[in-house]
Design a binder for this molecule. Structure first.
Ligand code: NAP
Length: 312
């Protein structure tokens, strides 16, 4: 149970893969929220009032406390702005926007209106993240290696938006790794150079290599690849003066100097809704653009290399 007993009414917007896989069960199991409405052009949620789009939902549900936005990032800004202006607290799926400037504009709007805006990074709630951050807090980092590789045809079947501007391409999963890296390292991370491999029939990369440094100069290298398979590789190695900290399976496993560390059960989305509840109760917001800023820097500084057509 959350610290405050208030139950907030919530509507879900964009009922697709992540809404069904994670948001609906997480809301159903959180007594601090009651799902009363959904907005989606093609999908419906059982036992709640359904609307074809967010504008219709906002017009019909003036008493609603909050909305959770689960559509692709290209429509995030317009939806979040409309919801904030209608007086709702707003939770954003990752990435919080298609660009950095729009997220910062939303943060300013939320602050002005006194509404909660929560830019979620679900991977930051993976079991390894808190213990990794605590262990690294007093260590000297020598180098970081990120490998975030999976088969796009398995994880994003039929999704066209990932290949359109603002869809991020391989950074859609890669930004999860960056959200962990920016959370666990004791120093800020700066991008120095990047290579983006862009299929000839796509606007966004299918693979990318990022060369960063942390503020003390330690190299931070990331390799993202969507042409990988069949076994996913979601790994982060942090080499320190006290040995190697290795995160694998996207944050479900961790070893330090080769020894496994006991971790809690996976509960990324339940933790997100607990945090959203606390932010609303405390009348504050949580918007960290650093993972998105690194992706934006990769597009700014990156060398674009054309690769074979993806063949949609
Ligand atoms: P999705 O299934 O392709 O899209 C979600 C829903 O958004 C769609 O079913 C669609 O519902 C609606 N939508 C799509 N395009 C729209 C548009 N132009 N305008 C308004 N609504 C639109 O995508 P997803 O995999 O759930 O991902 C959605 C977000 O969650 C992304 O930002 C993604 O990075 C994030 N996420 C996904 C996963 C995952 O495993 N898939 C994991 C974590 C986070 P209607 O057609 O019914 O409107």
């Amino acid at each position: 149970m959350t610290a405050n007993n208030t139950c907030y009414t919530v509507g879900i917007v964009g009922v697709g893969k992540i809404a069904r896989d994670q948001h609906l069960p997480a809301i159903a199991n959180n007594p601090g929220f009651q799902l009363i409405a959904a907005a989606s052009r093609h999908a419906q949620v059982e036992h709640v009032r359904n609307y074809p789009d967010l504008d219709a939902l906002l017009a019909a549900e003036p008493e609603l406390d909050a909305v959770s936005l689960c559509a692709p990032p290209q429509v995030r800004y317009a939806q979040a702005r409309a919801a904030l202006l209608a007086g709702k607290h707003v939770m954003l799926e990752k990435p919080p926007g298609a660009g950095v400037s729009e997220v910062e504009a939303l943060r300013g709007l939320a602050r002005k209106l006194g509404r909660t805006l929560f830019a979620t990074w679900h991977s930051r709630h993976a079991s390894a993240v808190d213990p990794a951050r605590e262990w690294l807090a007093h260590r000297s980092v020598r180098a970081v290696h990120v490998r975030w590789k999976e088969d796009v045809r398995r994880w994003h079947p039929g999704q066209q938006w990932i290949w359109e501007p603002g869809g991020l391409g391989v950074f859609d999963p890669g930004i999860n790794a960056l959200s962990i890296v920016t959370e666990i390292l004791p120093n800020e991370v700066l991008l120095r150079s990047a290579t983006l491999h862009v299929p000839s029939d796509c606007a966004t990369p299918i693979a990318a290599e990022l060369d960063c440094i942390d503020a003390s100069g330690a190299p931070v290298h990331a390799a993202f690849d969507w042409r990988h398979g069949p076994v996913e590789q979601w790994e982060i190695d942090v080499d320190t003066d006290d040995g190697l900290l290795s995160i694998s399976e996207g944050g479900k496993r961790m070893t330090i100097a080769g020894a496994p560390v006991a971790l809690g059960a996976e509960r990324e989305y339940p933790a997100l809704y607990e945090r959203f509840h606390a932010l609303i109760t405390e009348q504050t917001y949580d918007v960290d653009v650093r993972p998105l800023r690194l992706v934006a820097d990769a597009f700014l500084l990156g060398r674009h290399v054309k690769t074979d057509a993806f063949g949609h």
